[in-house]
Design a binder for this molecule. Structure first.
Ligand code: ZN
Length: 270
C-alpha cells in the first residue's frame, strides 16, 4: 500500500515535471532581439561619421550630425525649414515589427533618431563629420550629393567620394523649396525624410516598375506608399535596408539597374 502511494506520488512528480518543462518550452522562445541579430554595431562605427548607429537590446538609435546652411529660417506657415526638416528626419523613428520579409516574425523594436544639429558651422565638433542640409528658396528636385549607386558612410560630410557637384560635401541634402510649386509643410517634411533615406544608403523606389508588396508598399503613392517611393511612410524594410547599408557600407537599391545599382538582399517579397 505504501509502495503504491509512493509510486503515485512519483508519477505525479513526473507529470508536474513534464508540465513545467512543456510550459518552459513554450514561454522560453523569446523573440530574437535586434542586438542578437546585428550586435551593437560598434565594429562598424568609427565615431566621427555623420551617420552613426547603435543597438542596445531592441532599440536602434540613429545619430545624425547635420549642419544647416542657406535659408533654414525661411518659414512655411509658422515653421522654419530647419524645424520641418528635423520633423522629416524624425519620421524614421518609431516602433517596427518583424515579418516573413523583414527581420524575424514576432519581433518588435524601436528606432530613435538623435539629431546633432548645428547652423552655419557654429559649434562644430572638431574631428566630427557633418552633412550639410542646404535649404534653397528656388524650385527644383531635391537630392543628396552622392552619385546614385555609390555609398560610403565614412566619406559623408567630406569633399571626397562620388560627388556629382563639387560645391557640396558628400552626402549633403540639397533641399529646394518645391519642384514646380512650393511645398506644403507636410511635403517639405516628407521630402526631407525621403532624402534622409538616401543619406542612410537607400535607393529610389519610384519609377522602378515594381508592383507594391506589403514589404515595399508601392513607389508612386503619396503618404500610403514607401518613403523611398513618392513620399509614403517609413517601413520595417526601410530600416532593414539601412542596417544592411550600415554593415556592408554598400548602397541598397530596389532593383538591379544600370551599374552600380544592385538590388538589396534584404528585399524578399519580389
Ligand atoms: Zn530619391
Amino acid at each position: 500500500m505504501r509502495k503504491a502511494i509512493k509510486t503515485i506520488l512519483a508519477l505525479c512528480a513526473v507529470t508536474v515535471l513534464a508540465l513545467s518543462t512543456f510550459t518552459l518550452t513554450v514561454s522560453a522562445a523569446p523573440a530574437t532581439t535586434l542586438q542578437q541579430m546585428y550586435g551593437t554595431l560598434a565594429e562598424h562605427t568609427r565615431g566621427y561619421e555623420a551617420v552613426q548607429a547603435r543597438i542596445s537590446g531592441n532599440t536602434l538609435t540613429i545619430h545624425l550630425y547635420v549642419n544647416f546652411q542657406g535659408a533654414y529660417n525661411t518659414k512655411i506657415g509658422d515653421q522654419t525649414y530647419a524645424a520641418l526638416a528635423k520633423k522629416g528626419l524624425r519620421l524614421w523613428a518609431g516602433t517596427y515589427k518583424g515579418s516573413q520579409w523583414d527581420f524575424k516574425p514576432g519581433m518588435s523594436f524601436t528606432v530613435k533618431v538623435n539629431i546633432h544639429d548645428i547652423y552655419k558651422s557654429a559649434g562644430r565638433k572638431p574631428g566630427q563629420n557633418y552633412i550639410d542640409f542646404v535649404c534653397k528658396t528656388s524650385l527644383d528636385r531635391s537630392y543628396v550629393s552622392q552619385g546614385v549607386g555609390y555609398y560610403n558612410r565614412e566619406l559623408m560630410g567630406t569633399n571626397q567620394g562620388a560627388i556629382p557637384d563639387k560645391r557640396y560635401l558628400c552626402g549633403s541634402i540639397i533641399m529646394f523649396s518645391g519642384i514646380s510649386k512650393r511645398y506644403t509643410a507636410n511635403q517639405y517634411i516628407k521630402t526631407a525624410a525621403h532624402e534622409f533615406g538616401h543619406v542612410l544608403g537607400l535607393g529610389d523606389l519610384y519609377n522602378k516598375g515594381v508592383a507594391p508588396t506589403k514589404e515595399c508598399p508601392g513607389g508612386a503613392k503619396y503618404d500610403k506608399g514607401d518613403i523611398m517611393g513618392a513620399h509614403g511612410r517609413v517601413t520595417a524594410n526601410n530600416i532593414e535596408m539601412f542596417l544592411e547599408a550600415y554593415k556592408t557600407n554598400r548602397y541598397q537599391a530596389y532593383v538591379n539597374s544600370s551599374l552600380p545599382e544592385v538590388k538589396s538582399r534584404v528585399i524578399r517579397s519580389y
